[in-house]
Ligand binder design. Structure first.
Ligand SMILES: Nc1ncnc2c1ncn2[C@@H]1O[C@H](COP(=O)(O)OP(=O)(O)OP(=O)(O)O)[C@@H](O)[C@H]1O
Length: 510
């Protein structure tokens, strides 16, 4: 990429001209706090608490833009700014608020589901879990319980727990989003609650079953009943994202586990891509799983979110392009977005290992269609690539995904410089960018707690020139010298702009 002289005054003018600047890049420096949108101001306690909890406490003392607020929120698994302020709002109020703010598009199919969640919310306001029996009755051996076709005897009278909700439907229709709206508006009496990705839940269950077997020792007995009781004591409300059954061990455990959880009065909201009848299709010993399917159909309100809209395919709203930390959930979400943007055109399938030729050298693109490419951070920044390579990438692809961006320290200066060069190339080509990173993307260069220094006057003034709060991005002592510090600050500023709704709606066409 041709290195362009940095014209600070020009940039400053561009960034400070509020009339032409997208809302997401509105400058909120110390002397302009009155311009903070109310929603951002409301986020400040949350942002500050993020900063306190973070190992990089340099960063979120003050807000710098609505985009940043939204990005921080996403870290909390949130898509609204207001839950903190309105802990007793209901799912419908929360959903409508998000629609009014333009975070969500109105969708009558979703509204129908929200009404069901609202009804469940109302019931839960006065619901109390039945007491646990004082001691756990002895149980038949594990094998006889797992493979018996008769329903398992309840450890006590089944409770009159409200029906849970089993929400299924096509990808990207908003099931997880609705479940999250429900979860964060749960009434205050529901203090014991858990929202978990189904994979993570099953890993946890397997660990507990293993430990329970050790505890039960030679006597044996069924470990699943006591594990279910443990789980029920920890959370009376369970929200499971992406329920699926792929192997026989899970299939058999689930049958007993769900029965016991329901008997203990645990209420669940489940999202899945499949109707219960389609679960564990063609699985080994599926007949033993049929009672679980019956259970789901009788103890849950099974509802289809048949909206036909895959929201991952339409221009991204702010807060949905940068994802962190690098959990299984976040990784899966980025892959789903890539899938959503690349499927549907049989003449342009995803190709693995496409080669770009730059000055006689070859650059391998791990996964791409003609328009959309997915790279790992190391593919782009842990190899001796230069601006020319990045320009070619952004010339070829209107949309680029970069996954697994690690936080960088003093030893990663080359990677950091390359990443900045790459972001510059994306910005100049109006590339639509999706990133998953270990820490919020603005903080990937920030000093960690141990080596944290004061933000130098030089860096502070650079950031101020770019409309950034130095407190938001923190100090990054790996950058020294005027040019470098400026490039770093400008990179952060560009990332903010590239996370805005306006960018999402206009960038990416080639
Ligand atoms: N009404 C809406 N307006 C705008 N964006 C939406 C709307 N509903 C959902 N989205 C967004 O679409 C994306 C996909 O939604 P979500 O993850 O909830 O879908 P899903 O049905 O759970 O998908 P999957 O089955 O693939 O996990 C999310 O970023 C979400 O915020």
């Amino acid at each position: 990429m041709p290195s362009r002289p940095i014209r600070l005054a020009h940039l400053q003018r561009r960034m400070l001209s509020s009339s032409s600047r997208p809302a997401a890049t509105q400058r909120i420096s110390n002397n302009a706090q009155k311009t903070i949108p109310r929603s951002t101001a409301r986020m400040m306690p949350l942002m500050n608490s993020c900063a306190r909890n973070s190992t990089m406490a340099t960063t979120q003392q003050a807000s710098s833009s609505e985009a940043e607020a939204a990005i921080l929120q996403r870290k909390q698994g949130e898509s609204s700014t207001d839950a903190e302020d309105r802990p007793h709002s209901s799912p419908m109020q929360e959903y409508q608020k998000l629609v009014e703010k333009g975070t969500l598009r109105p969708d009558p199919h979703q509204t129908r589901i929200v009404q069901k969640l609202e009804d469940l919310h109302d019931v839960l306001r006065t619901y109390s879990q039945p007491p646990f029996p004082s001691d756990t009755p002895s149980t038949p051996s594990l094998l006889s319980r797992l493979f018996s076709r008769s329903p398992a005897p309840a450890e006590h009278e089944p409770s009159s727990a409200p029906l849970g909700l089993y929400l299924y439907g096509d990808v990207g229709t908003g099931k997880t989003m609705l479940m999250d709206v429900f979860y964060r508006t749960l009434p205050p009496n529901i203090t014991k609650k858990r929202r978990v990705h189904f994979h993570a839940f099953m890993i946890d269950v397997h660990k507990r079953v293993h430990q329970m077997k050790i505890r039960l020792g030679h006597e044996g007995g069924d470990p699943i009943g006591p594990v279910a009781r443990e789980l029920a004591e920890e959370a009376r409300m369970l929200c499971f994202d992406e329920f699926q059954v792929t192997d026989i061990v899970d299939a058999m455990i689930l049958r007993r586990l769900l029965e016991s959880l329901l008997d203990h009065g645990v209420v669940s909201v489940i999202t899945s891509n499949r109707h219960p009848d389609e679960l564990y299709k063609n699985g080994i010993q599926r007949s033993s799983f049929l009672p679980t399917i019956e259970l789901l159909k009788t103890r849950f309100d099974v509802t289809d979110l048949d909206s036909g809209t895959d929201y991952r395919r339409i221009p991204r709203a702010i807060s949905h392009v940068y994802h962190h930390p690098l959990t299984a959930d976040v990784r899966a979400e980025l892959s789903k977005m890539f899938d959503a943007l690349t499927r549907g055109d049989a003449s342009d399938p995803v190709v693995e290992g496409r080669k770009l030729t730059i000055w006689g050298r070859e650059l391998v693109v791990p996964k791409s269609t003609r328009e959309v490419a997915m790279f790992g951070f190391d593919d782009l920044c842990d190899r001796p690539l230069s601006a020319a390579d990045y320009i070619e990438v952004t010339r070829q692809f209107g949309t680029v995904f970069v996954r697994d961006v690690k936080k960088m320290g003093m030893g990663d200066k080359d990677k950091a410089r390359r990443f900045i060069t790459f972001i510059d190339a994306c910005y100049e080509s109006k590339t639509k960018l999706f990133v998953s990173s270990e820490v919020p993307v603005f903080q990937i260069f920030a000093d960690d707690e141990a080596s944290k220094g004061e933000v130098s006057d030089h860096m502070r003034s650079m950031m101020d020139d770019l409309g950034l709060s130095a407190d938001t991005v923190g100090s990054a002592s790996m950058f020294s010298g005027e040019e470098e510090v400026f490039a770093f600050a400008r990179c952060c500023s560009r990332l903010v702009e590239m996370g805005s709704r306006q960018w999402a709606e206009t960038a990416g066409s080639r």
